[in-house]
Design a protein around this ligand. Structure first.
Ligand SMILES: Cc1cc2nc3c(=O)[nH]c(=O)nc-3n(C[C@H](O)[C@H](O)[C@H](O)COP(=O)(O)OP(=O)(O)OC[C@H]3O[C@@H](n4cnc5c(N)ncnc54)[C@H](O)[C@@H]3O)c2cc1C
Length: 442
């Protein structure tokens, strides 16, 4: 076994997934992370004396690799994730219609068909259209020869206004973080297949009962270091060195000290917007950097609203339509933060032009329709992740890079690589594991 470490650039979920799986196989790894904490775009932050996340995250039962990895690093996934059988409620502010979709304990995909057929807030014609949609996706094997927008897919399959507004669009925004008129139907269908057609439990909602940093990143760092690896925080990799088309070293800034680390295997696990800084100077990697230049990005905004402790929603998570607010979470019901409500707004929109106070007031007003009376807002906190994910647009899969590159010993990992999935924790983790496998053909 080589004594040189595999160098991993970035301690987000993808980089840590690669590092954990390599460590597990007895390989030495050195991870460099430019931030002061691990976790990347899924980490905890402090809000006064509260630990919250940089954005409210939701996992689903189909995130099998995430769950397996958490277990490897010693996380008790039964207590750290609150598992709820699929129950989606989306309330429309204008019509006051409440769509409620609840999956019965039937094997997949019958649970979905039954849920669609019995959903509250839908008329008979909506139910038939929704079932036809599921059957159409199955018939085309969840893949169209020519990718189209999700909006066009809804039109082609004659989805009704209520279905689009109160079910498919909220789902698409939360899964893809891209408006339906731009989002890739093929990626949407891939995610739909994984959530709804294999096992019933794949569609379960998994809500973190602890903060995101403790859900995986911190335990992963401990696991790597306890097993002979090293994780350097506040340490940016500035260059990768390539000679004769093979990786030879990386140059990193560790505690203001520039160091060159010899290695023949590097996994770059940064976000796509940070990749080109490391590769553009190497002409052999031009096709990747040109493709990355074409990526666009979408924001996710989370508004945390602290109300008196007794304030509760009727469910842990409720959707809203015809509002800026999209999904509303009652953190008191799953992570012991009584009275703390988090509101997620995916993708770009008019909210991005509003200042925090205006946005908070608007969201505070909007969510009061979910509560018996309008409660006193004690404090609030807005987190805007401006480049939360790449825009999951039509044909984006054609330019998402593979894990391997044409430079020997150089691999890529991250939610933006060609996993077939949208930018999600599961996509990031799967990509990290795939890159690790390429390193030593694990
Ligand atoms: C607000 C928000 C909400 C989200 N909600 C969900 C959700 O509900 N469910 C879900 O599944 N997904 C969600 N996502 C998406 C999910 O968080 C991401 O897909 C995932 O975290 C990406 O992980 P990654 O490892 O690919 O990239 P990143 O997390 O971006 O990790 C890359 C790391 O590389 C580091 N880095 C960059 N350059 C260098 C360098 N030169 N040297 C050293 N280190 C470097 C960065 O600091 C970073 O830590 C959400 C994302 C956001 C932002």
């Amino acid at each position: 076994m080589s004594t040189e470490p595999v160098v991993i650039i970035g301690a987000g979920w993808a980089g840590l997934a690669a590092a954990v799986r390599l460590t597990e196989q007895g390989h030495k790894v050195t991870v460099f992370e430019s931030a002061k904490q691990a976790g990347g775009r899924a980490r905890s932050v402090s809000f006064n004396d509260l630990d919250v996340d940089n954005g409210q995250h939701l996992l689903i039962g189909a995130y099998t690799e995430c769950i397996a990895l958490m277990k490897t690093v010693g996380i008790d996934t039964k207590t750290s994730l609150k598992r709820l059988p699929l129950l989606l409620t989306v309330a429309d502010k204008s019509t006051k219609n409440k769509l409620i979709l609840q999956a019965p304990p039937l094997p997949a995909p019958l649970h979905l068909l039954y849920a669609l057929f019995t959903a509250k807030g839908l008329k008979f014609k909506d139910r038939i259209a929704a079932i036809k949609f599921s059957l159409y996706l199955k018939k085309c094997n969840y893949q169209l020869k020519q990718d189209i927008s999700v909006e066009l897919l809804f039109r082609l399959t004659q989805q009704t206004d209520i279905l689009v507004r109160q079910l498919w669009e909220p789902l698409c925004l939360s899964i893809m973080n891209t408006p339906i008129k731009e989002a890739s139907a093929n990626i949407f269908m891939n995610a739909f297949r994984d959530a709804f057609t294999n096992k019933r439990k794949d569609a379960d909602l998994l809500l973190p009962t602890i903060d995101l940093s403790n859900l995986f990143p911190n335990a992963a760092v401990k696991y790597i270091e306890n097993n002979g690896g090293k994780v350097y925080l506040k340490s940016r990799v500035e260059n990768i060195e390539i000679s004769n088309n093979e990786i030879t070293a990386v140059k990193a800034k560790i505690d203001d000290d520039k160091q060159s680390i010899k290695t023949s295997q590097v996994i770059i696990a940064t976000a796509p917007q940070n990749l080109n800084k490391l590769i553009t100077e190497h002409s052999t990697l031009n096709s990747i950097s040109n493709n990355i230049e074409q990526f666009n990005y979408e924001p996710i905004v989370t508004i945390y609203l602290q109300y008196p402790e007794e304030i509760r929603l009727t469910q842990s998570m409720i959707g809203l339509s015809n509002t800026l607010s999209q999904w509303v979470f009652d953190r008191g019901s799953f992570c012991q933060q009584a009275g703390l409500i988090s509101v997620v707004i995916s993708a770009s929109g008019e909210h991005m032009a509003m200042d925090d106070d205006t946005l908070t007031q608007l969201v505070h007003d909007e969510i009061s329709i979910l509560l018996a009376s309008k409660p006193t807002l004690i404090k609030s906190f807005v987190i805007r992740e401006k480049r939360a994910t790449f825009a999951c647009t039509v044909n984006i899969n054609d330019i998402r890079p593979a894990n391997t590159t044409n430079v020997k010993g150089l691999f890529l990992a991250g939610d933006y690589t060609n996993t077939g999935y949208p930018a999600t924790l599961e996509g990031a983790v799967r990509s990290g594991i795939a890159a690790a496998k390429h390193c030593y053909r694990l």
